[in-house]
Write a protein that binds this ligand. Structure first.
Ligand code: NAD
Length: 371
């Protein structure tokens, strides 16, 4: 089959959906790989690296003219027009954007959104949310360290002792766990909060302290378990008690990294303006939930601002700041997903009996198929 890789034109997007490593494997499987010229440049992959593994270099029209189009972000309207009816599109296509899916359906595309894959062991190797959240968690700590005017580790020097930075992580999914691990490597003292009780052990195993907010009702316990590994909105009673506990920790923190998300909903507010006011001057908040409205109402999406003496980082595409590795992991996720929809004979098969294929299928034959 002909597999096309257009350049990403969404502002700030630096990743590329196929790397020379995965292009080589697709070639070995007998496919033709067409890369739009310059598609990998922002991820440090020049056209020559693709040519070296047997890929063809073309323009946007030739990449979109392929049987299968591999993308990082959902194509913009101007790009959708280049795709041929009946072709397959795979990428991070925003499953909760109904209008966007409608546009893909109208263009007669068979579209798979990888964010919709179930959080199961079999789907792990194609889990783009995890591969990219892992990077975001790491980079969040790097950004915080860069803005923070003090050391992370405790240092005993001839000029006196420097205290270790206190880091509070709110939301301990994939990004939060990586943020804990990264901050720990830098020598910080870490406390973390999440709604899901299973997280406590994971936080402690990474050397952090879990902020315990006991559940008092069956409703609270049930909500905390969530669905399919994801959090559900917690009852206001629990959120109030969590807020009180978090407020105490945030007031003492030097760095706060927030990652709390609930799929398909606005991010929960965990750090209020009063909490920010109570923080020490020079403290830093990195709000990884900025694209979903932020875990702090003072966050400004896409900007770094200073309010009440606290630096708030609202970067909306953190994985794109680690473009080479983010692309490498994403491209491997994509390659693994393709094994489910391309048969050994090299033809397209959309097997709706396969739970991963069925969950990722967004549009087919002009209709929205999202489950
Ligand atoms: P996410 O990005 O959807 O959310 C981040 C974290 O925010 C979650 O841990 C969530 O519980 C937490 N959160 C939501 N509301 C909160 C609140 N009010 N206060 C504090 N925290 C709050 O999560 P994710 O990183 O995508 O991970 C979700 C789950 O899926 C995790 O349990 C993860 O371990 C699991 N997972 C499983 C697999 C697999 O089995 N293949 C793969 C990846 C992730």
């Amino acid at each position: 089959m002909r597999i096309g890789v257009p350049a990403e034109i969404t502002t700030g997007e630096t990743r590329v959906a196929v790397t020379p490593e995965t292009a080589k494997k697709l070639k070995a499987q007998g496919h033709t790989v067409v890369i739009q010229s310059g598609a990998g440049v922002a991820a440090s992959v020049p056209d020559e690296a693709y040519v070296a593994v047997g890929a063809e270099i073309g323009d946007a029209a030739s990449a979109y003219g392929c049987d299968i189009v591999l993308k990082v972000r959902c194509p913009l309207d101007s790009e959708i027009g280049l795709a041929k009816a009946g072709s397959v599109l795979v990428g991070m296509l925003n499953p909760f954007d109904a209008a966007g899916l409608q546009r893909l359906a109208a263009a007669q595309l068979t579209a798979f959104a990888l964010e919709a894959a179930p959080r199961t062991s079999r789907a792990q190797s194609m889990d783009v949310l995890s591969s990219q959240a892992n990077i975001a968690g790491y980079k969040a700590v790097m950004m915080a360290a860069n803005s923070y005017q003090r050391f992370f580790p405790m240092l005993m020097t001839a000029a006196g002792t420097v205290k270790a930075a206190r880091v509070v992580i709110l939301g301990v999914g994939v990004a939060g766990l990586q943020a804990i691990a990264t901050a720990k490597r830098l020598g910080a003292v870490i406390e973390a909060s999440d709604v899901r009780p299973s997280v406590k052990e994971q936080v402690e195993s990474l050397g952090g302290k879990f902020i315990d907010v006991p559940y008092e009702t069956d409703e609270e316990r049930e909500a905390a378990v969530g669905v399919g590994g994801y959090a559900k909105p917690m009852p206001p009673s629990w959120l109030e008690r969590q807020k009180a506990e978090v407020a105490k920790r945030v007031a003492q923190a030097d760095i706060v990294i927030t990652t709390a998300l609930i799929p398909g909903r606005a991010a929960p507010v965990l750090v209020t303006e009063d909490m920010v006011k109570a923080m020490k001057p020079g403290s830093v908040i990195v709000d990884l939930a900025a694209p979903q409205g932020g875990n702090c109402p003072l966050t400004e999406a896409g900007k770094t601002v200073v309010k009440h003496g606290v630096t708030l980082i609202g970067e909306t595409n953190v994985p794109a700041l680690v473009a080479a590795d983010a692309s490498a992991l994403y491209a491997r996720n994509l390659l693994d997903f393709l094994k489910l929809v391309i048969s050994k004979e090299g033809t397209l098969t959309v097997d709706l009996e396969d739970d991963i294929v069925a969950a990722c299928l967004m549009t087919q034959a002009g209709e929205i198929k999202k489950k």
